[in-house]
Design a protein around this ligand. Structure first.
Ligand SMILES: [Zn+2]
Length: 278
């Protein structure tokens, strides 16, 4: 899945490649996909997008937002797959769920694996969207302060007693952060995925906040994780500390073999010695 570091990278790249371009034509769901989530009929996309100019490209969490003529926004996010830019004359992927062709004959394609959202939102809908509203700071924003992070923890604790992994990937935790980025965040915080959120001392909360921001910053500055691809189909340069191929290899800190569990709908990797369980 493309998470915050990759979407932030792609969004930067979109800014330098498609800003101010005018859309010629749009094709949605040329290859049908069961888990492509649209908020309008597929026919609406070409009708509403053709002739519009890209006025801004930004990212919020794991969503890339392309604003058109300062009004409507094409919002792509919560997705696995490839969002690619194609110069004039270069071949397009055989299968895609979104093709945006610009008047200068360059284009963008989105090819989904797993699932993904392809949304057309007006400014009110954009402001009201729970995942991308500007009211919620991104983990790398200056206003994602320790105080803000503490409020997010306290909100999560009002409802249930979640583990750290649950908290991070839930709506309460770190916007734009899913299972993929969580392994290294928790490794850097020296906390186990199953550590109960309620047991975090003030010091551990601070460690987690620092580890989250530091890890996501390193990933973003490296152009995303090496397991995902950017707008030009190049893999990111951040090599995850923990991943499936590190299972059984020595922990880089203490040498204990890295372990894997299936937990909350996905694999979790961890060092059984360094990462406290409670
Ligand atoms: Zn270790």
């Amino acid at each position: 899945m493309l998470e915050l570091p990759e979407i932030a990278t792609i969004s930067r790249q979109l800014q330098s490649t498609v800003s101010d371009k005018t859309i010629g034509s749009v094709t949605v769901l040329s290859s049908p996909h069961k888990f492509a989530f649209l908020n309008r009929a597929a026919d609406d996309y070409p009708r509403l997008l053709a002739g519009r100019k890209i006025s801004a490209t930004i990212s919020r969490g794991n969503y890339a937002i392309l604003t058109l003529d300062n009004t409507l926004s094409l919002v792509l996010g919560d997705m696995g797959g490839r969002l690619l830019y194609h110069p004039e004359g270069s071949p397009l992927p055989q299968k895609h769920q979104l093709l945006v062709e610009f008047e200068d004959r360059t284009s963008l394609t989105l090819t989904l694996q797993m699932w993904g959202a392809i949304l057309l939102l007006d400014p009110d809908q954009l402001a009201a969207h729970s995942r991308i509203s500007r009211m919620i700071p991104d983990p790398l924003d200056d206003d994602f302060t320790f105080e803000h992070f503490q409020r997010r923890i306290d909100s999560a604790l009002l409802i249930e007693s979640p583990s750290l992994k649950y908290f991070i990937i839930s709506q309460f935790g770190l916007p734009g952060t899913g299972n993929g980025c969580t392994h290294d965040i928790l490794f850097n915080a020296r906390l186990h995925p199953k550590f109960p959120l309620a047991n975090l001392t003030s010091e551990l909360r601070h460690n987690l906040w620092q580890a989250a921001r530091g890890t996501l910053k390193s990933m973003t500055e490296a152009g995303g994780r090496s397991t995902e691809h950017d707008l030009f189909d190049a893999p990111g340069k951040y090599v995850p500390i923990l991943s499936n191929d590190k299972v059984g290899t020595p922990c880089p800190v203490c040498g204990t073999p890295i372990e894997r569990i299936t937990y909350l709908g996905g694999a979790s990797f961890f060092c059984p010695k360094d990462q406290a369980m409670n």
